[in-house]
Design a protein. Structure first.
Length: 263
């Protein structure tokens, strides 16, 4: 479905029983809402599941950037309002987790709980040249040049060697990401600096991270866990950045258990 909000047209999917609690899923940089296919199939029997393509990704508009994380959070907030959803559980991975943190800080009343997956609350200054290098590579050679380096960060070597259809699907998402969207959202992520503010969050919070995540390592999740009082931290073995895919069963079990306790 297409919804006009915050000056853009956003693509989203809303599935599951209309009377059930809503769970909103926010994807990573360089993917789209279908990276949550496995979780949506599990969740939509008992929950109303909202998935959306972030600004600059999938079938949502990709206007000229740079963007800001506050803008991306406002897109999500405006989408929820347009769909008549006053309150939701919010699960975000990587960039989606950054958006979730901002929503929790700016408008906690609209959230029932927060699930932060393989994400960070701050981009250290020493990492900025790496981001500039990725942006430069994409601008010079196109998104195809980012596919395999990204897959190496997102999945462990053993998992990448398996004949799994979702791996090709993720490659296709990276390749299809609009350059303007990738650069705009990368610039937004580069300015992330929320760690000291996270103590303001009083929502039920689950933090999940792959033990072998290179991009947003375990230490980043531990920093979030330390700041959000009462939060829960789960470290998944044999998983890298997209732990929802690499360790789907353990990931889904933890999410369902958490949601049942806070529904």
């Amino acid at each position: 479905m297409k919804v006009n909000v915050n000056g853009i047209t956003m693509h989203c999917e809303l599935e599951g029983p209309e009377s059930a609690p809503v769970v909103t899923l926010s994807h990573s940089l360089a993917t789209d809402l279908s990276m949550w296919d496995l979780q949506a199939a599990v969740l939509n029997s008992g929950y109303r599941v909202l998935r959306y393509d972030t600004r600059g990704h999938g079938r949502t508009d990709a206007p000229n950037g740079p963007y800001t994380l506050e803008q991306l959070a406002e897109d999500a907030r405006a989408l929820l309002k347009a769909l008549g959803i006053p309150k939701t559980h919010f699960m975000g991975i990587s960039m989606g987790g950054m958006i979730g943190q901002i929503l929790a800080l700016k408008d906690p009343g609209m959230l029932r709980s927060l699930i932060l997956c393989d994400t960070s609350s701050r981009i250290p200054e020493e990492a900025l040249p790496i981001w500039e290098e990725r942006i430069g590579l994409a601008q010079e050679k196109g998104m195809d040049a980012l596919v395999e380096p990204t897959m190496e960060r997102w999945f462990t070597a053993s998992f990448r060697g398996e004949p799994i259809s979702m791996l090709e699907k993720i490659r296709g998402m990276i390749r299809a990401t609009p350059l303007k969207g990738y650069v705009g959202c990368s610039r937004a992520i580069m300015k992330l600096n929320l760690t000291e503010r996270l103590s303001e969050i009083a929502l039920p919070t689950l933090i999940i991270v792959g033990e072998e995540d290179q991009g947003t390592p375990v230490a980043a999740s531990q920093a979030i866990h330390k700041q959000i009082k009462g939060s829960e931290l789960l470290i998944l073995k044999s998983a890298a950045h997209l732990s929802n895919i690499e360790q789907q069963n353990a990931f889904d079990t933890a999410v369902l258990d958490f949601l049942r306790r806070w529904a």
